[in-house]
Design a protein around this ligand. Structure first.
Ligand code: NVA
Length: 317
């Protein structure tokens, strides 16, 4: 397992309370989680959450994250309580700080999908239990960690890989950039001007890349990004909450569609990834999910294994 041969004792010593951003994790913690997820894949049932309840508050739609977290909690012997936005009214019916303090009296952790990263930070500030980011407007750390696991399995390494992200510099791109450089992979993003990864996260990724002896790069041309890459990755052009910008976004991003021609510029054994849901005809061409180089369904499965690793890392006693 190359770089991921951490001993259990080392992994255990990396206990951390919250998972709000990939940028909060050290490189060793990211590698430790990949190692732990590989263990979880081999041994799916482990009752480390027995007697514990985990609350999930989702303010945006979800299929993969919701189901994989619920199954993860169940396979770890815990109990899950799922709450929709309107049931809680975080910040409208009740202050976010009070939601954090109340849930801390009942549950062992809270998993939150929300809009503003600030909501997660406020929850973490007032909660005495761990808070896990299940997607915000700024980041999607659980997705990025599962993506690294998939790349490691499919390509046999992370160090030295070049991950080319084509499209919007959104939450998924931001977490993937931070995660990639943490494990010694290079990251290149092709996006239209004005849709780059936000400056502060980009700077953080750049500083980390220097320490890891790797590089990150922004280019405008999708062809330039794809050339010679080990991974071609894309995400939706219209993220949840951006529906009103749909028409403008489709226009701006249309040269950024990932299709067979773009894929053919990457290495012969490159893989194609997408966090899903996908929109054939927009960010990908028809049939691309079924392309022999597509690993999207294995990638989706790995959400389960990685989230079990995250729950263990945060909650195992
Ligand atoms: N960027 C997308 C990711 C969905 C998994 C969104 O935020 O809607």
């Amino acid at each position: 397992m190359g770089a991921f041969c951490y001993t259990i004792a080392m992994v255990r010593s990396m206990k951390r309370k919250h998972l709000l951003s990939i940028g909060d994790l050290t490189s060793a913690e990211v590698s430790g989680l990949i190692n732990k997820a590989l263990q979880m894949k081999r041994r799916p049932h482990l009752p480390v959450l027995r007697g514990k309840s985990v609350v999930m508050i989702f303010e945006k739609p979800s299929l993969r994250t919701k189901v994989s977290f619920e199954v993860a909690i169940s396979q770890l012997g815990g109990h899950c309580i799922y709450l929709r936005r309107e049931e809680v009214g975080m910040g409208s019916r009740e202050p976010v700080a009070d939601v954090a303090r109340i849930l801390s009296r009942y549950a062992s952790a809270v998993i939150v999908r929300t809009f503003a990263q600030r909501t997660l930070e406020t929850l973490a500030k007032y909660a005495s239990i761990p808070v896990i980011n299940a997607l915000s407007d700024e980041e999607h750390p659980c997705q990025a960690l599962a993506d690294l696991l998939t790349i490691y399995e499919k390509r046999g390494a992370l160090q030295g890989m070049t991950i080319a992200y084509i499209g919007d510099g959104n939450n998924v791109a931001t977490s993937l950039a931070l995660a990639s450089v943490s494990v010694g992979a290079n990251f290149i993003i092709a996006s239209p001007k004005g849709h780059e990864i936000p400056k502060s996260a980009w700077e953080k990724a750049r500083r980390r890349s220097l320490r890891q002896d790797t590089w990150i790069k922004w280019v405008e041309s999708p062809q330039e990004a794809a050339r010679g890459a080990d991974v071609i990755y894309t995400d939706v052009w219209i993220s949840m909450g951006q529906e009103e910008e749909a028409r403008r976004r489709v226009e701006v991003f249309s040269p950024y569609q990932v299709n067979e021609a773009l894929l053919s510029l990457a290495k012969e054994d490159a893989i194609f990834m997408h966090p899903l849901p996908a929109h054939p005809g927009q960010e990908i061409s028809e049939g691309l999910l079924e392309h022999p180089r597509s690993v999207v369904f294995d990638q989706a499965e790995n959400r389960l294994h990685m989230q079990k690793a995250i729950l263990r890392e945060i909650l195992e006693e």
